[in-house]
Design a protein around this ligand. Structure first.
Ligand code: FES
Length: 173
């Protein structure tokens, strides 16, 4: 069974579907195409499926270890499909200086989630991010594709609740 994404169920990562994405972004052999392929896989399936690793390695003529190393190096790539909403909290300097650590702790406690976890009902995934380019509005967060600035934990949970009901209102700083 496929897990539900923000716009309905994520498509099944069949071998044919994986190959379609890999071939479309390979552009010849070599590691240069690796990041575009990984981003394309995650955009399509919500994560980088395990089964894609040997197929990418073969397509680019690089080792499986190289592929795996890049996937694990970048925080953006997920091994599992995310929840229906993805809340990213900035963990970089400007946001930390504005209290992001305490906010993150409160949000983690209230959602009962550790970094990278998805709630049991599949509603939300909580992820760390390292600078959203919103430093002037620290502490900052991103809810799916929506940037949120000068947030507190109450505003973040309110934004999640609004998103869950389809209300696209802005979070109150
Ligand atoms: S440090 Fe948080 S947005 Fe830049």
């Amino acid at each position: 069974m496929s897990q539900k994404g923000p716009r309905g169920p994520w498509p099944q990562a069949t071998e044919a579907a994986l190959d379609e994405v890999i071939v479309a972004h390979a552009g010849g052999e070599g590691a240069g195409a690796l990041l575009p392929i990984l981003h394309a896989l995650q955009a399509r399936f919500g994560h980088v499926p395990d089964g894609s690793v040997p197929r990418i390695a073969q397509a680019l003529n690089i080792s499986r270890a190289e592929v795996h190393g890049v996937i694990t190096f970048y925080h953006d790539f997920r091994a599992q499909p995310p929840g229906r909403q993805v809340l990213r909290l900035c963990r970089s300097e400007a946001c930390l200086a504005m209290g992001a650590e305490g906010i993150a702790q409160d949000v983690r406690d209230r959602l009962g989630l550790a970094w990278g976890e998805t709630s049991a009902d599949g509603a939300v995934t909580l992820e760390p991010v390292y600078c959203l380019g919103l430093c002037a509005c620290a502490p900052a967060a991103m809810l799916d594709t929506r940037p949120l600035g000068r947030v507190g934990s109450d505003a973040l949970l309110a934004a999640l609740a609004q998103g869950a009901t389809g209300d696209d209102g802005e979070a109150t700083p």
